[in-house]
Design a protein around this ligand. Structure first.
Ligand SMILES: [Zn+2]
Length: 98
């Protein structure tokens, strides 16, 4: 950002005239270096935001695929029916009641 000396408006980098008042911008070397650094940081933040958005969309896509596979493609399994347990010769005899 290049700050206008006349009105104090913060103009984007590579601006020759102030966007607010139209005065020709006179930026010294230090101001330009700070502006370049701010511009680089803004680009980096935007890049990370874009990566986060991509990761979120990828996760949503895989979640949707998993839900479709679970409920639309794979049929529901029948309930398990277990046979009754029969007392075999290996089990100890039941205690006799007095
Ligand atoms: Zn201005």
């Amino acid at each position: 950002m290049i700050v206008c000396q006349a009105c104090g408006h913060r103009n984007p980098l590579r601006t020759r005239y102030c966007h607010a008042c139209g005065v020709r911008l006179e930026a010294n070397l230090r101001e330009i270096a700070v502006a370049v650094e701010e511009d680089r940081e803004a680009q980096m933040a935007e890049r990370w935001l874009e990566r986060g958005r991509s990761l979120f969309l990828l996760g949503a896509f895989f979640l949707t695929c998993a839900l479709v596979l679970r409920y639309a493609v794979v049929p529901e399994l029948p309930p398990a029916v277990m046979p009754p347990i029969a007392a075999g010769p290996l089990l100890p005899p039941a205690a006799s009641a007095p």
